[in-house]
Design a binder for this molecule. Structure first.
Ligand SMILES: NC(=O)c1ccc[n+]([C@@H]2O[C@H](COP(=O)([O-])OP(=O)(O)OC[C@H]3O[C@@H](n4cnc5c(N)ncnc54)[C@H](O)[C@@H]3O)[C@@H](O)[C@H]2O)c1
Length: 449
């Protein structure tokens, strides 16, 4: 008989729903939800009432009762989906109490917390899985397939631009993410996805990082330029509600109302803080150069107030160039819409073999959240079928390697200059990446015509 795996989920906001739905709808034969934990009592009780959750009748615990939850419900695995700055506490404690861990990205937000996770994992020998859903999005997996095939040879440089548009991008400045002490800033919170993709695409480790970052749009000065003279601390009750293009009416959306507005009295958290607030300390425009241990260099940018949502990435190899562009649908986190689905007409992959005609590659497609990656990842998490040739299941090593780039970038912004990644952590082992075309492979190019 197949073993039933038992799970506890910590953090019951917008993202947790993907996991809760998965247990009920697709993986009920092999998974059982035994406990829920959140520091907000209202969201905790709300989650227990979801149609997907109620049949499991999980036991409910506050954040202060985490140890008691583990002792009483004995989950095999704890799924950590709370605010980033608290990930390390639950990851480490769960391992110390004998559980494996699945954690949302970013694994954590700074070097001290990352070191604690690495040390605790080593001491306990438990498994940590970091859910990098972007690796599972079909076109991003396809890029990995193409690079592994050697079609452009070994990669010498990468240009990668990520765009958040004025709906989705603004949302990071309304929520807890607006402070580095909660999220590590977007260089950690958001770029962890992107640095992980590059690390994994190249099967390489970052060596050194130099970065700049600024807040240019989400500022009181922009509010003035938009003609907003009296913005309040939050959208609710704001004098500029009828004129501000960033006004969010939490009460008008059923999901946002239930998940956040109705739960404010429990912890005082406001999901609709003003994006022009003076207390924001994260950047909205970031650039980094990363030198890799295989000799490749990444030139990366993330901008949070763009005219379209998605990314463009270009790889220059010894045998050619690969260009991939992807437009995504726009969403507000937790509003019940599908987050970041692919726009097929805006997604392309083109190969430029050196000194030969370029050609378009038909793009692998997928439906659902985050470029079609969420559903594929859930299957790999809860009902894996055989070996994965792309090695998409990241552990603590991949989780650390991706946030290291952001941590180094934050340090470079604060102190200036190149930051050596190797000096930041002790005992980080190389992630389990796939083999790539060897740099000793002969290069054969057509002679000049
Ligand atoms: N992989 C992805 O594409 C993706 C998408 C969205 C969110 N996420 C990640 O999921 C996590 C949650 O994000 P979200 O959008 O659901 O945020 P959210 O604000 O909607 O929910 C966070 C929840 O955590 C709870 N919480 C906060 N601090 C806590 C603590 N110390 N102990 C227990 N509970 C605590 C809050 O009360 C809330 O219920 C974040 O780490 C985020 O990076 C990942």
């Amino acid at each position: 008989m197949k073993k039933i795996n038992t799970y506890a989920v910590v953090g019951l906001g917008g993202r947790a729903r993907m996991y809760l739905d998965a247990f009920a709808k697709s993986y009920c034969a092999q998974s059982r939800l035994v406990a829920l934990c959140d520091r907000n009592q209202g969201r905790l009780e709300l989650a227990a009432q979801f149609p997907a959750v109620a049949p499991f009748a999980p036991r409910l615990y506050s954040d202060l009762d985490f140890d008691r939850m583990i002792a009483e419900t004995k989950p095999d695995t704890v799924i950590v989906v709370c605010q980033d700055s608290a990930h390390d506490t639950y990851i480490c404690r769960a391992m110390e109490l004998g559980c494996d861990v699945i954690t949302e990205k970013p694994m954590t937000i700074d070097a001290v917390r990352t070191q604690r996770i690495l040390d605790t994992q080593k001491k306990t020998g438990r498994k940590v899985r970091v859910t990098f859903n972007y690796r599972y999005s079909p076109p991003r997996t396809q890029v990995k397939e193409l690079l592994m095939s050697g079609v452009i040879g070994d990669i010498l440089s990468v240009d990668f631009q990520w765009m958040l548009d004025t709906y989705h991008g603004a949302d990071y400045f309304r929520r807890w993410h607006r402070n580095k002490s909660n999220s590590g800033g977007l260089f950690v919170h958001k770029s962890t996805h992107h640095f992980d993709l590059v690390n994994w695409w190249l099967s390489a480790m970052p060596n050194e990082v130099v970065a700049t970052g600024h807040r240019r749009f989400a500022t009181p000065a922009t509010a003035q330029r938009l003609g907003l003279h009296q913005p309040g601390p939050r959208c609710t009750g704001c004098a500029e509600a009828t004129t501000c293009p960033f006004y969010l009416d939490l009460g008008a959306n059923e999901e946002l109302n239930a998940l956040y507005r109705q739960q404010e009295s429990f912890d005082g958290y406001h999901r609709d803080q003003c994006i022009f607030g003076p207390d924001i300390d994260i950047e909205d425009s970031m650039q980094a150069l990363v030198n890799y241990d295989n000799g490749a260099t990444l030139k990366y940018s993330l901008n949070a107030f763009c005219a379209w949502e998605g990314y463009a990435v270009q790889f220059n190899g010894t045998l050619g160039r690969l260009e991939h562009k992807c437009e995504e649908t726009v969403y507000i986190n937790g509003d019940g819409t599908v987050p970041g689905a692919l726009k097929e007409e805006g997604t392309s992959i083109r190969i430029y073999p050196t000194r030969k005609p370029a050609y378009e590659v038909p793009v692998w497609t997928g439906e659902g959240g985050h470029g079609g990656g969420d559903d594929v990842m859930l299957r790999d998490l809860f009902a894996p079928e055989g070996d994965d040739k792309y090695l998409r299941d990241a552990d603590h090593r991949g989780g650390a390697a991706s946030i290291l780039c952001g941590i180094a970038a934050n340090r470079s912004i604060a102190e200036g200059g190149w930051v050596k990644v190797g000096g930041i952590l002790n005992g980080l082992e190389r992630p389990n990446y796939t083999a790539m075309p060897s740099s000793s492979t002969p290069i054969r190019l057509p002679l000049r015509a």
